[in-house]
Design a protein around this ligand. Structure first.
Ligand code: ADP
Length: 228
């Protein structure tokens, strides 16, 4: 297993301007996540969690600072380059929102594989079998249960064997049992050398994380250690 820092953010700032109003969503946030590590990001609503995740994923551009994934800078590049880097290095898990409704779950997994522009290490069929959906690969998202949707979303996030896995409230809509399954799958990926960052309100996710980072008004604050 490779070790070392997989995700590094330095002094991230993000301003939003709407007319006269200016919001500082991120005020100098720095972080590192190593391979094999699971970090939970917590904070009240409006503290900047989603903005941070979007900047880390290269979905959004920080106004200042830098994001590196696998040593490669993903921030301050044209959208198409960020999308390509994201497809190759980052898996993004957004509850069930990373599934397109009109595509079978197998085609949903194939989509990011095509975007990466190279032969995938693991086929969509194998990936779906890994998350326990081998027999459901032709189903549409609306034909799946909540737990199956969560697994399908994970298969999409893992489509290109990413080094970094970013998850926004991945267990927010799930019952306790499914939450445990999804969390277990994320932990397994970390054990295989992935750097996992999870934005969450779930005490269970916080408890099982290696580290907790708390955001308040767009800044990192001292986080409570998870109880053993
Ligand atoms: P969280 O995910 O912790 O709830 P967000 O990152 O969504 O926090 O928001 C952080 C701050 O940035 C909030 O004050 C929010 O209102 C503001 N914000 C987020 N997105 C936008 C946007 N597109 N335009 C203007 N302000 C925004």
């Amino acid at each position: 297993m490779e070790t070392g820092t997989a995700l590094a953010a330095r002094e991230l700032y993000r301003f939003y301007r709407a007319g006269e109003e200016e919001t500082l969503a991120l005020r100098g946030v720095s972080l590192r996540v190593d391979r094999g590590e699971t970090v939970a990001v917590v904070g009240p609503s409006g503290s900047g969690k989603s903005t941070l995740l979007a900047c880390l994923a290269g979905i959004d551009e920080p106004s200042g600072g830098e994001v590196r994934v696998d040593g490669l800078r993903i921030s301050h590049r044209p959208e198409t380059e960020r999308a390509r880097l994201r497809a190759r290095h980052i898996g993004v898990l957004l509850q069930s929102r990373n599934l397109l409704p009109h595509l079978s779950i197998r085609d949903n997994v194939r989509l990011p594989q095509r975007a990466a522009g190279r032969t995938p290490l693991t086929s969509a069929r194998e990936l779906l079998a890994e998350v326990g959906l081998g027999k459901r690969s032709h189903a549409l998202p609306r034909q799946l249960s909540g737990g199956e949707l969560a697994r399908a979303g994970l298969a999409v996030a893992l489509a290109n064997a990413p080094t970094v896995l970013l998850a926004d409230e991945p267990t927010g809509e799930l019952d306790g049992e499914t939450e445990r399954v999804v969390l277990e799958m994320l932990r397994e990926r970390a054990a295989q050398g992935c750097a996992v960052l999870i934005v969450t309100h779930s005490p269970e996710v916080v408890r099982r994380a290696d580290r907790v980072m708390a955001l308040q008004d767009g800044q990192a604050t001292d986080a409570a250690r998870p109880e053993p």
